[in-house]
Design a binder for this molecule. Structure first.
Ligand code: ACM
Length: 403
């Protein structure tokens, strides 16, 4: 997964990553197209999504512990793909046997949409968010909002032929729904007991919209709590345990636990590493240890009612990843370790996966990365961020303002 919402990445970079996915025998590119800090896909009838929702006035770039406040860059950031560009991405990927899984994140992580169209929200001031973390602003549940959601999925499914479409569903604070008289009236009308189940109802609406188009909903693992429809594919991110739990409840699962696969973590404890959002390190060897089908689940496999693991997925969230070179630094060589993890048998017992053996081959593989011009993190020395500092300015992603 590439998060093009927190930082907008140019089409050329997306194509370059597709080449690398193909080289590493990975067959899905999940594009996280919308979030609180930016909306990146045009939707007919809703021009303000990209005119307003695609731009934020500045970005948090770190935290000043002496001043006890965020460091801000003071630079506008944003951008959106055109429909033709997204179609090009899909075609380029398809020619390399890669499906593009589009994601629009609802009903939380929707501040950019609400800033563009405040009527989608529950009142109060909303803007394209400049801070990271979880926003309290979420979509309301009015008919006009559901028509908006339908329009978004109509457009998304007309651009992306993928059999699967990601509807988000993570990190949805329920306070606005609890405090909104309109939402509460709707809840009572629907005969629903609480706000978690209201999210289940919302998930069922999205599931229905997608099923009408013969597509299958993928959603983050939080949707299990509110009772998502059983054909939802659960993308387990909070931990492997949430994936096991979902599978045991009968959901098909994509295993993508943050403790192994969130590439926004720093790669070592070296103080030269760039600023990251999560403080804990996720070294190469840890990614390598990822087991798509953990042991506890292997025993349950084949039992009636048990879901399946459809695959594993590694993620690059881009809160603190403002440039192409930085994105490559965070992704490689950890993506290589991920490919090894999903293609080789378990580490133990009787498996064929070995970190020392992988590490030896990685030295040769680095020649390929170099030939492709990938700014990977050095794994043969303790030097951390040197590679990135050597990136010539023209290779860095321009942080342009709105024209
Ligand atoms: C997520 O990291 N909130 C899916």
């Amino acid at each position: 997964m590439l998060d093009v919402a927190r930082h907008f990445f140019p089409v050329e970079f997306v194509l370059r990553m597709i080449d690398q996915l193909a080289a590493h025998k990975l067959n899905v590119l999940h594009l996280h197209l919308t979030d609180d800090q930016g909306w990146r896909i045009p939707i007919p009838g809703y021009p303000r999504l990209t005119e307003v929702g695609a731009w934020r006035p500045e970005t948090i770039v770190g935290f000043d512990h002496e001043e006890d406040e965020y460091e801000r860059d003071g630079e506008p950031h944003g951008g959106a793909y055109t429909r033709a560009e997204l179609e090009d991405i899909v075609a380029y990927a398809a020619a390399r046997h890669i499906d593009v899984l589009p994601e629009v994140d609802f009903p939380g992580h929707a501040s950019a949409a609400i800033a563009a169209y405040p009527k989608l929200g529950n009142g109060g001031r909303s803007e394209v968010r400049t801070r990271w973390g979880i926003s309290t602003h979420i979509l309301n549940l009015e008919e006009a909002t559901l028509r908006f959601v339908q329009a978004v999925f109509d457009e998304v499914t007309s651009i992306f032929p993928s059999a699967y479409v990601h509807g988000g569903g993570d990190e949805v604070p329920k306070r606005e729904w609890r405090e909104s008289a309109k939402v509460q009236r709707k809840r009572v009308e629907l005969g629903i007991d609480n706000e978690e189940e209201l999210q289940g109802w919302f998930t069922a609406q999205v599931d229905r919209m997608l099923r009408e188009k013969q597509r299958r909903l993928v959603a983050w693992d939080e949707v299990v709590t509110g009772g998502a429809p059983r054909d939802t594919v659960v993308m387990a991110w909070r931990s492997t345990g949430y994936g096991v739990d979902a599978a045991l409840r009968g959901y098909d699962v994509i295993m993508s636990p943050s403790e192994y696969l969130y590439l926004d973590h720093r790669q070592s404890t070296n103080p030269d590493e760039p600023v990251t959002f999560p403080a804990s390190p996720l070294p190469l060897a840890r990614v390598f240890e990822f087991e798509p089908v953990p042991e506890g689940l292997r025993e349950a496999y084949g039992r009636p009612g048990c879901g399946r693991v459809l695959g594993g997925q590694v993620h690059l969230w881009s809160e603190y990843v403002p440039t192409v070179a930085h994105a490559e630094y965070m992704t490689f060589p950890r993506l290589c370790a991920f490919a090894e993890a999903v293609w080789r048998q378990p580490l133990a017992p009787g498996g064929t996966r070995s970190f020392p053996e992988f590490h030896r081959r990685l030295s040769h593989h680095a020649t390929r990365l170099q030939a492709a011009g990938i700014r990977y993190r050095r794994f043969d020395t303790s030097s951390a961020f040197l590679e990135l500092e050597q990136v010539p300015p023209e290779r860095r992603l321009a942080l342009a303002g709105p024209s």
